[in-house]
Design a protein around this ligand. Structure first.
Ligand code: 5GP
Ligand code: ZN
Length: 133
């Protein structure tokens, strides 16, 4: 499969690996948004979080928990983000959790900065709520 992250796992392309478990691996992002920007991925190729097995999911987020405690020490605040699907901004179709150290004035701001036109009626919200609960 022609997947950059699968090639990192199989060591076909190099990466600065931070930590590894049986099912997951953490490494530095090659185009960091901040110093210490780290990616954590499952070793099996899955596009979305819900495609992983329960075991893989537990292993991935346990590694997120471990690596986050180190990354968060860099600045004291961290963006933890997953783009789960192409339209969500996912460019590499292999599950990855971003840990991006944040600082005051880094220009990223709060999550509401990402969505310029979010405004919904009460009935629209009720309809979605009925589907989700
Ligand atoms: P996405 O946009 O899919 O949420 O994030 C993909 C991330 O993978 C980006 O932050 C990008 O910088 C990173 N990336 C892309 N190619 C490589 C690579 O070859 N090596 C590493 N370490 N990171 C990469
Ligand atoms: Zn892959």
């Amino acid at each position: 499969m022609d997947c950059i992250f699968c090639k990192i796992i199989s060591r076909q392309i190099p990466a600065k690996i931070v930590q590894e478990t049986s099912h997951s691996i953490a490494f530095l992002d090659a185009f960091p948004l901040a110093k210490g920007h780290t990616l954590i991925i499952p070793k099996n190729h899955h596009m979305k979080i819900q495609d992983m097995s329960n075991e893989e999911n537990i292993d991935l987020f346990s590694l997120v928990h471990k690596v986050l405690s180190k990354v968060d020490k860099l600045t004291g605040s961290t963006l933890v983000a997953v783009h789960n699907g192409k339209d969500a901004g996912q460019e590499v179709p292999h599950v990855h959790v971003h840990l991006v150290p944040r600082t005051l004035g880094d220009s990223a701001g709060p999550i509401h900065n990402m969505f310029k036109h979010a405004k919904f009626s009460d009935s629209e919200i009720e309809e979605i709520y009925d589907k989700l609960k």
